[in-house]
Structure formats: C-alpha cells, structure tokens
Design a protein around this ligand. Structure first.
Ligand code: ADP
Ligand code: MG
Length: 499
C-alpha cells in the first residue's frame, strides 16, 4: 500500500482534482478488501474461543475427573492436588501479633496483623507492597531472591508501632504465602516443585523454601520464626473462612490462577498420614496446570505457550489469568495488522514486543464507554504508537477484548463448578439449602469488572437453581491475613495460650 500512495501522489501533482479521486477510490477498494480479511480473522478467532454451555459442562466434568485422579495418587493427574497440612481452618479465637509475607507474582507484600480473638477480631492491620525487580525474578540466584525478601521484611519489622503487642521474651512469628507449587512436608516446610508466572531461578527448584528464607533472615539479622508455609489459595481460604463459615473453596485470579478447597480427609487416597481430628484437609489444586481436549485453544494460545518460560505447562492459566490476557490480545492484533492491514499499511513495531500490552490496559479499553472510544484511541497511541486510529479499528480492539476475557471468565466459572461437583454441591438438594461460598482474590477479578460479571453470570448459566445458594465473594487480600491466621494457629506458643 505504501507504493500505491506514492504512485497516486504523482498523479495528483499532474492533475490535482482527478488525482485525489483516484487516490480515494483506490483507498476504498483496498480498504474494503482488507476489512473483509480483518472480519474473517475476527470471526475465526471468535469461533475458536467459543464456550457454549455444553462445552463448559464438559470442562467442569473433566475438572472433577482430574481432581479425583490427582487425589488418588502422586502424579495421577496434571492436577497435583497438593496436601496443604492445613486441617484446621481459623475459628476466630486467634490472638496476638503475627506477620505475613506474600510472594505471588507481580508484587510482594509484607504485613502485620494484631489479632484480638472472637470479640475484637482484627485489631490492627498494616501492609506494605514492594514490586519485584525483573532481575530478581529470573536469572539470578535463590540467594538474591530470598535476600531481597528478607531485607524488605526486616525494614518493615523495624517500623512496628506501639499499636502492636508482642509479649516480652517472645519471638515474632510469620505466615509465608508462597504462591507456587510446593510439595509440603509439614505445615511449615516444603520444597518447590516448579516455578510459574514468569519466575525462573533454577537453584530454588527442589529446595526447602522455608530453609532458604530462614537463612536469608539470619543474614539480614532478623529473628522471626516461620510458623506456616501456605499457598495463596490456602491463605485466601483461611482468610475467607475467618469471615464467613460457609467458605468452602478459594480461587485466585491475579497474575496466575489457582484454587484450593476443603476435602474430606478420607476421600484422599494418597494421604498416608493420620486422619485429622477435623476429618478435613485443605487441598491446593494447582489448577493452573489443568488441560483438557475440551479447552478452546487457538493457534495464538499455542504460540504464546511455545514461546513462554514454561512451554507445555499451565495451559488453563495461560488462557485465563492476568499475566496472559493482554498478551493474547497483542498476538491477535499483530496478526491482523500483518495480514489484514488492521492499522493501515504498516505494522506498528511496538505490536511485535511480547507482553507490551498489559491486562490492566486491556481492561481499560474494554471498559471504555465513550462514543468515540477515546480510551482505546489513547491506549493505542500511547502503547502501540498508532497515532490516528479510526473508530472502526477501535471497535475491533474492543471486540477482541470481549472474546478473550469472556473465554477466560467462563472457563474459570466452569472450573469452580468442577469443584462444586466434586463436593456434591452443584445441585440443589430439596429441603436443605447448603450454602457454598467461594472466596476469590486477585487483581484480575477485583478490577476487571467485565471479567468478574461474566464469571458470575456464567455460574448462573451452569448451576441453574443451585446458583442461589452459591456465592462468589471477593476476599480482598485474604491470602495475607489468612497466612497470619494460620501462623497463629500453628504458633509455638499456642499451648501456652491454652493452658
Ligand atoms: P498476584 O497475582 O501477583 O499475587 P495481584 O492479585 O495483584 O497479584 O494480580 C496482579 C495481576 O492482576 C496483574 O498481573 C494484572 O494482570 C492483573 N490486574 C491488575 N490490575 C488490573 C486491572 N485494573 N484490570 C485487569 N487486570 C488487572
Ligand atoms: Mg496474590
């Protein structure tokens, strides 16, 4: 098309009026052909991403089957169904000062909470968020990562005010939320199975993560005991249960995605320990690694996977979670620009940069309600350096956001229904209305309104009548508080409190 414009310009200088007409005509002919292609690519993508109810039911069933297989034996499924060693969720009686440390993905949080028992509940709660430098997430050594965490924690402990009370002579205690697949050896120890979500530090894999943290804390001159090592899903479940006794599962929808739920201990064939008094055990599903032939996977997803840090893994996560939604959008736009001149006769070079389009920006575009899609226009200009996007182009972008986000939200809903099925809570039981509350944490769910609404609507579609007794509840920062609560119930001083 570049050549065509130059040619037309020559005609223009020779006979201005006529030349302009030629240019416009050629432009229109060219445009209609390319828009046809854009629309064909859009339609094809939409079809491949489709998630009709029947398909979602198949996904839910496949989830239930995989859960069973993962509980039956080690390595029995793509779903690891990790035993958390949490067999007693918070009751509300927890008391004292506890710290929590949350290493999840994009951000890392430290917090302290003063727990006041049944009456006073959470007396005071302070959080500090630190972003993790890229060089600490990848390539560096475990020492660099854990020293970074321990230093941030030490700085935070140093700012502890008078509102927090640690009885004299006691050691501070911490719940460590570590949101990666860990094989737990006890409530406060476990080894890293693999990294996910953009982390990659070889020498931590297979290591005892609490041991690594303890060594780093010692190097930082910090005397804190790690009382509980928990996944963020398990922390969210604990935090959710503290607020609402009907919470039976927790789902994370943030950088990555995962879920945990309360299982009957006798229904875990691979559990070879003592049956807990409560009869229950929290299972960290590691559902991000779920895959099934029923998942609608497109060539864009396949390429994203091949070029990722963990090819072949976390397939469900890669079509649902915040780390990837914007990147899927970028890939589709890139192809539309290359093969169908979506943005005119050039391909914006920014479009070729992996992960340049982030999910929060995608959400902002998707939520744009202005008539001329001003927000979309500005994002295209600022991020992709497309200076003059037309309304038509902007509409295509919004449609793509909708396709990608609806697929992710609907598949998340199907996963939750899979858990409800496993627990026999997916159907309405006459006479007895069992309430099931799912605590959800993560910025994708919290801030991406269209994602959240779509997930909730899909639950209704899938559950019918039973939807009335199922509640999807935002549990804001539940995982941090949950980890502190679990540290409290596994405190070295618990026996002292009771006696
Ligand atoms: P983590 O999962 O790392 O513990 P968060 O729960 O804060 O942390 O999730 C962060 C992720 O949520 C980001 O990577 C981003 O993809 C997504 N996110 C953050 N803000 C928004 C937003 N406004 N709209 C959509 N997605 C968002
Ligand atoms: Mg998190």
């Amino acid at each position: 098309m570049g050549k065509l414009v130059v040619g037309a310009t020559v005609v223009c200088t020779a006979a201005v009026v006529c030349g302009v007409t030629v240019l416009l005509m050629k432009h229109r002919v060219k445009n209609s052909g390319e828009w046809g292609k854009v629309e064909a690519l859009l339609k094809d993508f939409e079809e491949k991403c489709a998630t009709p109810v029947e398909k979602l039911k198949q996904v839910a069933d496949a989830m239930t089957v995989e859960m069973q297989a993962g509980l039956a034996s080690e390595g029995g499924s793509k779903l690891k169904m990790l035993i958390s060693y949490v067999d007693n969720l918070p009751t509300g009686d927890e008391k004292g000062l506890f710290y929590a440390l949350d290493l999840g993905g994009t951000n890392f949080r430290v917090m302290r909470v003063q727990l006041g028992g049944k009456e006073k509940r959470i007396v005071k709660h302070e959080v500090k968020e630190v972003s993790i430098p890229q060089n600490v997430m990848t390539g560096s050594s475990s020492e660099v990562l854990f020293d970074f965490i321990a230093t941030a924690l030490a700085e935070f402990v140093a700012t502890e005010g008078d509102d927090f009370h640690l009885p004299p002579g006691r050691q501070r205690e911490l719940g460590f939320t570590f949101s990666f697949p860990v094989k737990q050896l006890s409530i406060a120890s476990g080894t890293l199975i693999k990294w996910t979500k953009g982390f990659s530090i070889e020498d931590v894999v297979g290591q005892d993560v609490v041991g690594e943290l303890a060594k780093a804390m010692e190097r930082a001159g910090l005397d804190v005991r790690v009382a509980a090592l928990v996944n963020d899903t398990v922390g969210t479940l604990a935090g959710g249960r503290y607020n609402n006794p009907d919470v039976i599962a927790a789902v994370i929808l943030g950088t990555g995605t995962n879920a945990a739920y309360v299982e009957r201990a006798h229904a875990i064939p691979k559990w070879h320990g003592l049956l807990p008094k409560s009869g229950e055990m929290v299972i960290n599903m590691e559902w991000g690694n779920f895959r099934s032939s029923h998942l609608p996977v497109t060539e864009y997803d396949q390429n994203l996977d091949i070029e990722s840090l963990n090819p072949g893994e976390q397939i469900y996560e890669k079509i649902i979670s915040g780390m990837y939604l914007g990147e899927i959008l970028r890939r589709v736009l890139c192809r539309m620009a290359e093969e169908a001149s979506l943005f005119g006769d050039y391909v914006p070079s920014k479009l070729k940069v992996p992960f340049v389009l982030r999910t929060p920006d995608m959400a902002a575009m998707h939520h744009d309600e202005s008539a001329d899609l001003k927000v979309v226009g500005n994002k295209l200009k600022d991020i992709l350096e497309v200076p003059n996007s037309t309304l038509k182009m902007r509409k295509i972008v919004v449609e793509l956001c909708d396709i990608i986000t609806s697929r992710g939200a609907r598949l998340s809903a199907a996963g939750i229904v899979g858990i409800l099925k496993k627990l026999g809570r997916d159907t309405f039981k006459d006479g007895e209305k069992q309430r099931s509350v799912i605590a959800v944490d993560g910025a994708l769910f919290e801030h991406y309104t269209k994602f959240r609404n779509c997930l909730k609507e899909t639950m209704k579609e899938l559950l019918g009548d039973a939807a009335d007794s199922t509640v999807i509840e935002l549990s804001n920062d539940g995982s941090g508080v949950g980890a502190a609560l679990l540290a409290a119930s596994h405190s070295q001083y618990t026996d002292l409190e009771e006696s």
